[in-house]
Design a protein around this ligand. Structure first.
Ligand code: ZN
Length: 87
């Protein structure tokens, strides 16, 4: 009976230690996206955000920016059937 009690305490201590470590890892790996290349504001994680806009030139040079799905949708011509398929 005593032994079980001791063992439970130990498990509890281990789980506390584990969750503290996880919190530390989450802080370290937290990625900030943005700013949005269209509006200049920070991008929070969302259903479609952050979006990446990739432009490749005719001589195969490319660059990537981050943007809000909403900002991209506002700027692209949708009357020509060019609207985004997924958002
Ligand atoms: Zn934006």
């Amino acid at each position: 009976m005593r032994r079980r009690c001791h063992s439970q305490k130990k498990q509890l201590a281990n789980s506390k230690q584990h969750s503290a470590k996880e919190t530390e890892m989450n802080r370290e790996t937290k990625i900030k996206w943005g700013p949005c290349c269209f509006c200049g504001k920070q991008i929070e994680d969302g259903e479609h955000d952050p979006c990446r806009v990739t432009v490749e030139t005719s001589n195969s040079k490319w660059q990537v920016w981050f943007c809000h799905a909403h900002c991209f949708k506002l700027l692209i011509k949708d009357d020509l059937g060019l609207e985004p398929a997924h958002f």
